[in-house]
Design a protein around this ligand. Structure first.
Ligand code: MN
Length: 130
């Protein structure tokens, strides 16, 4: 299906990435996965997604810096970025918002609410609603 929203998951912890990607595929999203910040950046340039799920602690280029780069580039600044933060790390969530993330979700994710939450972030970012 051509109209499947495309989600890029940038997450270095493979079990987390697999869980998130499987869940999103199951709910009808097209999913790509990047295991580090530099690969994530390259994948955004090659095949711009409709939304990015961004882990913050990443090898090569962390999620804060990658978010700043994407949000300061006019070619990518419109792409919603949702940070994935560990539950205990409230300060990470605040830093993620300062870096330009549009929202954040805490890990471990709530598998039942997760797909709805992603759809909400997608619908608020569509041009007709902004
Ligand atoms: Mn990580």
């Amino acid at each position: 299906m051509a109209d499947q929203p495309h989600i890029l998951v940038i997450e270095d912890h493979q079990p987390n990435a697999t869980l998130v990607c499987d869940l999103l595929s199951f709910h009808g999203f097209r999913v790509s996965w990047a295991p580090d910040g530099i690969s994530g950046l390259e994948m955004v340039e090659r095949d711009p997604p409709d939304l990015i799920l961004m882990d913050l602690q990443l090898p090569r280029l962390d999620g804060f810096e990658l978010t700043r780069r994407l949000k300061s580039d006019p070619k990518t600044s419109h792409i919603p970025i949702v940070a994935l933060t560990a539950c205990a790390m409230i300060s990470d969530a605040e830093r993620a918002m300062e870096a330009g993330c549009d929202g954040y979700l805490t890990k471990p994710i709530n598998t039942r609410e997760f797909p709805h939450t992603i759809r909400k972030f997608l619908s608020v970012s569509t041009p007709e609603n902004s």
